[in-house]
Design a protein around this ligand. Structure first.
Ligand code: MG
Length: 386
């Protein structure tokens, strides 16, 4: 059960915090995907405010068949109570806050395991910093007494419960009193709540500064993909190669400017996010790409990667031809590609080879190019990491 009914809006944002994008996806979607990917989780309930149902269905479109969306109440406790109605015959439930987008599989497993011997289990982190009270005087705050930290823990979610004791706690709770969380409710009713090891990944995203921190700790995976392209050399054409114009007696022919190196590189980048190939995005049958500057194809691929929260780490290009000589142009090509991809030049490798006068490249009939791109991208399921 994911509680996502809050109305707090990220500073400068327009949607409630749980729908704000971190690492390429709304926080709620990260949490749903991580929990859904864990084998111990069989059903999911997402609790949202009544005016968030449409938005929730929209962002969870890929997960709608595994998620039941339930409308929350005015307090967190009311929201959980509404969710409890939809539990059917489940005997164990995990309750999670959508403001903790990254849920390690290890924590889910530890909470679920603990429920075989306890009514409830919650992930906690020992407090490691020295804690001190602040004392107000003369309009400022000054150092006060140290608060012993050895018995203090930071409480996280997902919190796990046997459904019976949780329902009993909700039924018996005084209607006029708010509860910090369900763990406290079960404890008040005499239940024992076990501690399991929490994880810094689960830190809550509350203030606007927390978004940058969450972005930085998002679980990322490395992807590498290849691209390959060939174009024919013909007289009467300009030679565009690696994003620059090279004086030569022949040029590459094709529908666009036929920059074979940028095309191979574009395909490698598209490959890292499994987004098809250059022809998928810029069909040669479409007249608008006639004579087009291939730089825009490369930039389009880079934009698609950025939209997924991806970061290009390195690109490597091999150009195969007898002529022209690539060496004298390598610096200009490197600078242009680095500029187009917003990379430092040490992340752009350009190599060239002849094919020993063999084949179409050896006979000077065409130029071939091969590219490899490496990126990192937020893992599509942060639960899959562990
Ligand atoms: Mg091409």
């Amino acid at each position: 059960m994911i509680v996502a009914a809050g109305s707090g809006v990220r500073a400068g944002g327009t949607v409630p915090k749980q729908f704000a994008v971190v690492a390429g996806r709304p926080m709620l979607v990260h949490a749903v995907a991580a929990l859904q990917a864990h084998p111990a989780i069989t059903d999911m309930i997402v609790i949202v405010a009544s005016d968030q149902v449409t938005l929730a269905r929209e962002v969870l479109a890929d997960l709608n068949d595994v998620v039941t969306i339930v409308i929350g109440g005015t307090t967190r406790r009311d929201s959980v109570a509404n969710g409890l109605v939809h539990l059917n015959d489940a005997d164990r439930v995990l309750i999670h806050d959508a403001a903790r987008p990254f849920v390690p599989a290890s924590v889910i497993g530890a909470v679920v395991d603990a429920l075989s011997t306890c009514d409830a289990a919650i992930p906690v982190m020992a407090v490691v910093d020295t804690l001190a009270r602040g004392e107000s005087e003369d309009g400022a705050t000054w150092l006060g007494d140290v608060v012993p930290r050895d018995a203090l823990y930071r409480v996280q979610t997902p919190q796990g419960f046997r459904v019976g004791p949780l329902r009993a706690a909700h039924a018996a709770w005084p209607g006029d009193e708010e509860a910090t969380d369900d763990g406290q409710m079960v404890r008040r009713l005499g239940g024992r709540v076990a501690f399991v090891q929490g994880d810094p990944m689960l830190d809550k995203v509350t203030h606007s500064d927390d978004f940058a921190a969450a972005e930085a700790r998002a679980p990322r995976e490395t992807r590498t993909a290849m691209g390959f392209d060939v174009h024919r050399l013909e007289t009467g054409e300009e030679l565009w190669l690696g994003g620059i114009r090279i004086p030569h007696d022949k040029g590459l022919s094709g529908h666009s400017d036929a920059d074979v190196a940028l095309h191979a590189l574009t395909d490698a980048l598209l490959g890292t996010i499994a987004a098809g190939d250059i022809g998928t995005h810029f069909p040669p049958s479409d007249p608008q790409w006639k004579g087009a500057d291939s730089a825009q194809f490369l930039q389009h691929a880079a934009r698609l990667i950025a939209d997924k929260g991806g970061r290009i780490g390195f690109v490597d290009l091999t150009i195969m031809c007898e002529a022209p000589k690539i060496g004298p142009h390598r610096g200009a090509m490197t600078a242009r590609i680095a500029e187009l991809l917003h990379l430092t030049p040490d992340r752009v490798s350009i190599k060239a080879t002849t094919t020993e006068r063999l084949g179409f490249t050896g006979r000077g009939e065409g130029i071939a190019a091969q590219a490899v791109a490496t990126i990192t991208v937020p893992t599509s399921s942060s639960g899959a990491q562990g």
